[in-house]
Design a protein around this ligand. Structure first.
Ligand code: ACO
Length: 402
């Protein structure tokens, strides 16, 4: 009922673009997406080639430094990260204060904010060395925090990182290892998880990255900006979708596995019923990451003794959706989240941890985007305008006369 055109006339030259559907907030040289063609490149390199050939730390270096590292550069980068994986002892006790059933995304964002209290001498966004050491600390400590968020939920003691281990192996060992048992990382699992982190590493100006940039544009420190990104990612329309997909598949299974009737409810736009893991603001074609994840899910789940019936439901959902006019006409295809949850489940992660895994993967992208923003002379504090729709001026009524 709001007459937008008259509001626009009153306000002057203001663009109303709710949800920033068609408004660029910055220039960026990091990630290229062609949503119509289903193309994604980091720093010019196709996602398919990076997923196939590059490790997560290699891609992190690429995103942050705009070049594929030489072997010596990669070794130096990995070593720097390796020696920063420990959390301060006081920081470890922080985890005991949360309730056992705390959502690990809330624990993660609180812990990232808390990191800034330990490194107060390195928070200046304008100091290159301080930004570099903060970036290294974040990359090194996020897996430790993520593992502790998991341990908190299962009531296990918090282990120390083992700095002789590669990045992903160290995370898996901290998450699933127990002091009472020998834990050997399954190299196939480590490889797939590393590849999934590569697929999540950046995605230009999505909701969480835009949040990181917006908070950083006020010259808030890197930890504060990344914590805000974690919070944005937690929403079910963004990173939280990977958990929401699994909840949806489980619900369909519980209700007898009737995929067709679920799709009908989606098409009838029943309140709260969406095909989670489908649709994307930018991709109007198959999400290139989803194609890679689907293959990985097939590979991972085919090695299991008992195939997961949820995979069958997911295949069927995709098949129906891709041939149904509702989805075809709206160009709704599976996004990166549609199959990741099934892989994480097969790896042994509880659903609540799925979005934390997304955050671990997205971290180098957030850092690279924040650094690009803070070093861009064109950056200004982010401050959108609005079209005011409230009351016109009215006289104040004293409390006794209301
Ligand atoms: N299921 C059913 N219908 C959908 C879906 C879906 N998953 N997504 C979009 N639609 C419909 C909308 O109802 C709308 O229909 P209408 O034209 O009849 O009103 C049309 O498609 C356009 O959708 P919008 O909501 O306008 O698209 P928008 O770009 O704002 O939203 C989003 C994109 C949030 C990703 C949306 O597709 C969605 O909610 N998907 C499910 C959640 C999800 O998987 N999120 C993960 C995104 S990827 C990521 O963050 C990593």
């Amino acid at each position: 009922g709001i007459d937008v055109s008259s509001l626009l006339k009153e306000t002057g030259f203001v663009t109303l673009d709710t949800g920033f559907v068609n408004t660029a907030s910055c220039t960026s040289a990091i990630t290229y997406i062609d949503g119509e063609a289903g193309i994604l490149r980091y720093r010019g390199y196709p996602i398919e080639q990076l997923a196939e050939n590059a490790s997560f730390l290699e891609v992190s270096y690429l995103l942050i430094h705009d070049a594929l590292p030489t072997p010596a550069q990669l070794a130096e980068f990995a070593d720097k990260i390796r020696v920063h994986t420990l959390l301060q002892e006081e920081m470890r006790t922080f985890f005991s204060a949360f309730p056992r059933d705390a959502h690990p995304m809330s624990v993660l964002s609180s812990a990232v904010t808390a990191l800034s209290t330990f490194y107060q001498d390195a928070l200046d966004p304008a100091d290159e060395d301080q930004v570099e050491i903060s970036s290294i600390r974040l990359l090194a400590k996020l897996p430790t925090i993520a593992a502790y968020a998991y341990k908190k939920g299962v009531g296990h003691p918090l282990p120390y990182p083992d700095n002789s281990q590669p990045y992903v192996d160290n995370f898996l060992r901290m998450t699933f290892g127990l002091p009472t048992e020998q834990y050997d990382v399954d190299p196939r699992i480590a490889k797939i998880l590393d590849m999934l982190f590569v697929l999540h590493a950046d995605h230009e100006q999505n909701c969480s990255t835009s949040t990181v940039r917006l908070v950083g544009s006020a010259q808030a420190n890197l930890f504060a900006s990344i914590a805000a990104g974690v919070d944005a990612l937690s929403g079910p329309l963004h990173g939280g979708a990977n958990a929401a997909v699994l909840d949806m598949l489980e619900q369909i299974k519980r209700e007898g596995g009737d995929v067709d009737s679920f799709v009908t409810r989606v098409k009838n736009k029943e309140k709260g019923v969406k095909l989670m893991g489908f649709g994307h603001r930018v991709y109007k074609n198959y999400d290139p990451r989803a194609a890679i994840v689907k293959k990985a899910a097939q590979e991972m789940l085919s090695t299991m003794d008992k195939p997961d019936p949820l995979l069958e439901i997911a295949f069927r959902l995709e098949e129906i959706a891709l041939s149904d006019d509702y989805f075809v006409s709206r160009k709704l295809y599976p996004n990166v989240d549609f199959y990741t949850g099934l892989i994480y489940k097969a790896m042994g992660f509880p659903t609540k941890m799925f979005t934390v895994l997304f955050a671990l993967g997205r971290l180098p992208g957030w850092i690279a985007q924040w650094r690009e923003m803070t070093t861009d002379p064109a950056t200004k504090i982010g401050r959108p305008r609005q079209l005011y729709t409230g009351a016109a001026e009215r006289p104040f009524v004293p409390i006794g006369q209301r």
